[in-house]
Design a protein around this ligand. Sequence first.
Ligand SMILES: [Zn+2]
Length: 281
Amino acid sequence: MDETNDNINPESEELKEGQEIEHEEAKIYEYFEAEIEQNKPNFTKTLTNLYELTKIDRELAEIDEEKGDLPFRIESLKERIAVIEKHLEEDKTKLKNFETEEKALLKENKGLEDKTGKYDESKYKAKSNKEYDEITKQIDAMLEAIQKNEARIKELKGYQENLVKGILEMSRNFDELKNELKEDISHLNSLNKQFEEEEVELTEKRKVILDSLDEDLMSLYERINGSMKGEATAIVRKGNCSGCYNSVPPQREIEIRMAENIFTCQSCGRILIDETLISNL
Ligand SMILES: [Zn+2]
């Protein structure tokens, strides 16, 4: 016991509330600290909590970075695939309609050809010039229709050829993107699996700390963390904010060290913590 008491040095060691008490030395110091806190508000504990929270969020941000743009890529691949799928469907329908039209025209021409053959024969059996001319006229009209249909068939063949080329190209693209998507999803899944435990653990720790903060401070922290993930707090070191390297006025620096209030950096908006408050963490 005596030996432990000799080692007490309040200047170099701070014990935070809730921290595990392992030996006599720490217990006694906690008692001293509690007495000091009775007089003035002290946010040391809150600030160190915020510092711990920042560390957790930094780790979560690193995990996000590991996953990189995979989640975004997956979304954009899905969108591109959906667009191609829609075009493919549309073009396949067009192709089918052209094929149906072509078939109908071919059938019509076959009928017209048969008919012209018959008319041609009957032409010679005509009883008058007038009848002969009439038949010839009808044959000409049928031949004209056949020609018109043939022109349309040729046109349709051109369309179909282009559509088939386009469909092949799109199908290839579609398959490639599908494979890419499959690979990205499986990559992301394996990363998720790899980080799952870590993320769960960090998220739980995060919740415990957040729950210990009052609501205003929690929303302040979350707001800053939203735009600067894992960077919501900054250390004041040698008169500078470690987040943006702008200088902190000397008087403010002292106030930050006293931890009787919570201050944010006037330049970058991060919550400022004096380095002495976290030097023992
Ligand atoms: Zn700053």
